[in-house]
Ligand binder design. Structure first.
Ligand code: GAR
Length: 190
């Protein structure tokens, strides 16, 4: 049994993929935390019966808010935190508190294109290769030890939209699998 919390900010397609993959298993998320009021992911959690909380992390009191979040997660006996489109940087004290217990997914072949709008920036730069990275979270922005990457070559007929769809399909396919392996004690060995 691994009590999983998902932190998200927006649409929640990865949250849904995780819920679908873990339906009726001990890995089904017990909590969804969202920093943005009215984000679609909050409604998705409600529909799926996952406890969901709007939890802002305003820049001016980021550390205090993260401290409250940490206590809340401990109260709920959370063992693994999964970032799924969570667009706030967690403060170092929080990351230290949850060392090796926070996973993130990013829509690029890191270390290329960390931060927001990664797919569009890669497209604008004329990249030939697109992909995803799943990694442990450290104090940086989309840095931290890489657990898994998958990539594909752009086709001549690809558009920004088709590439975004392909990247999201990879995310939905692999994130649950890697979460499961990680929760079961698997680590990349090289
Ligand atoms: C996903 O593509 C995820 O990789 C990205 O946000 C999107 C969220 O989509 N995360 C980052 O860019 C983190 N730096 P979703 O809300 O539909 O899951």
């Amino acid at each position: 049994m691994t009590r999983l919390a998902v932190l998200a900010s927006g649409t929640g397609s990865n949250f849904e993929a995780i819920c679908e993959a873990f339906e009726k298993t001990p890995y089904y998320p017990v909590l969804l935390i969202c920093d943005r009021k009215d984000a679609p992911v909050l409604h998705k959690a409600e529909r799926r019966g996952v406890e969901s909380l709007h939890f802002p992390l305003p820049a001016q009191e980021r550390e205090e808010a993260a401290g409250r979040l940490s206590r809340l997660l401990r109260e709920r006996e959370i063992e693994l935190i999964v970032l799924a489109g969570f667009m706030k940087v967690l403060p170092p004290v929080f990351v230290k508190d949850w060392k090796d217990k926070i996973l993130n997914i990013h829509p690029s072949i890191l270390p290329r294109y960390p931060g927001t709008e990664a797919i569009r920036r890669a497209w604008d730069a004329g990249e030939e290769w697109f992909g995803i990275t799943i990694h442990l979270v450290d104090e940086g922005v989309d840095t931290g030890p890489i657990l898994f990457q998958n990539m594909f070559h752009r086709l001549p007929e690809d558009t920004l939209e088709s590439l975004e769809n392909k990247v999201h399909r990879l995310e939905h396919l692999y994130y649950p699998e890697i979460i499961l392996k990680f929760a079961q004690g698997w680590r990349r060995t090289k």
